[in-house]
Write a protein that binds this ligand. Sequence first.
Ligand code: ZN
Ligand code: ZN
Length: 414
Amino acid sequence: MTSITELRDTLISLLPPPDDGSGRAVCERLDELRVMRNVLDHQIAVHIALLEALGAAARAGSTTRSWLIDMGMPPGVAQRGARIAAGLGSLPKVADCAAEGYLAAECVDAVVRGIALIDKQAAAALSDDDRSEFESELLAQAFSGATPAEIASDARGIAIRGVEEDPDTVAAADDASLNSVHTRVTDEGRVAITADVTAVIGEKFLTMIDERSCPRPEPDGAEDRRDVAQRRADGLELLLDQAAIGAAMTTAGAPRTQVLVTIPADGADPARLPWVGAVSTSTTRRLSCDGGVAEIVLDNEGVPLRMGTTKRLFPHHLRQAIIVRDVCCVKCGAPAAHTQVHHVVHWADGGPTDLDNGCLLCQRCHTQVHHHGWSVVMGPDRHPWLIPPVDIDPRRLPRPSYNRRTMRLDDVLV
Ligand SMILES: [Zn+2]
Ligand SMILES: [Zn+2]
C-alpha cells in the first residue's frame, strides 16, 4: 500500500497536464484535485474523531482542538474539523458521500451544523427517523449546488418548522433573551462593539447600515477608497446622528445633545468624552463643528466655567442658505440630510458662524477634512473648494464642490 509520504511526493512532483489551449485539460485536473481535497478533508475529520475517541488530549489535560492548533492548523480549520468529527457519527449518509470526495468540507460542516441546530431547537430529542429525513433533505440541497450559507438557511427553515409545531418553544432567531451587545474601550481608546441579536433586530440593522454605506466617488473621480467595512462604520455613525435628531424631535424640541465633551480651560490635559475618556485635539475640533455636541470648559478644580454652544452652531436659516448654495456634501455628493455644517475657519480660531464660513460635509468627509489632510477654502466665487492631501494630489490643486464639478478654477479667476 502506498504510504502518505509517497502520495505527498507524487502530488509535489505533479506536472501540469498537456493542454490544447482550450483549458479543458486544466479544468479536468482541477476537478480531480478538488475531489482529492474533499477526500483529504474527510480523512482529517475521521482521524480527529479517532483521536477524540482515544481521549488522549483530555488525559494530557488539553483538548483535541488545542492539539490540532499546536500541530499547525489554523484555529478556524481545527474548529471545523472537530465539529465535523463530532457530528459525522450520527450522519452516515453524509459520511459516505464525504468519504468518496463528493462533498467539500464546508458543505459537510453546513449539514452537521444544520442538524445540530434542528436538534437544539426541537422540543424533544430527534428520533432516528427524523434525523435521517433531515439529513437527506440537507444532503439533497448540498448536491443540488447549494452553498454552505444556503444549506444553513434551509436548516433554519426546518428548525422553525419544528418549533412552530410546538407553541411552547421559541426559535433561537426570535429569542430576545439571548440578545446581547458588548462594548469595550481598547487600550488605544477605540471602542470594540459586538452584538448578538434576533433576526428582526439584525435585519433592521443591516437594512439601515446598507442604505447608508453605498460607495461614493472620490472628488478626483476615482472609486471610493473605503472598503465595505469602513463604509459600514461610516454608515453607523450617520445612523447614530440621525437617531439623535429623531429622538430630539420626539422629545418636543429638547436640545439635540448626544455627546458631552469636557475641555480643561488651561489646555494642559486633553479634552475628554464621558465614556471613552481622553480624545485628540482634532477629534475635539471635528465634534465641535457638529451641533450634536455640548462642550463644557472646566477650571482647574473640574468646575464648569462655560458651555460653548450658542455662537458656533449654525442656526436653521443659515443652514438652509448653505444647503441652497452647496446642495449636498461638497466632497462626495451625499444628500444634504446626511451632512453637517463644517466651519471653514474653525470657530476656535476666530472663524465666524456665517454663510461664507460654512459648508456641507457628510460625516465621513468631515472626518477626512479634520483628520486626513483634506482642506476646504472659500473661493473668490463664494463657493467652497476642496484641496486634497499631498498623497492624493502632490500639487494640491483645488477642486470645486460636488455640485459644481464641471467647473475649473480658471473659470472663476478670470
Ligand atoms: Zn461626503
Ligand atoms: Zn468641521
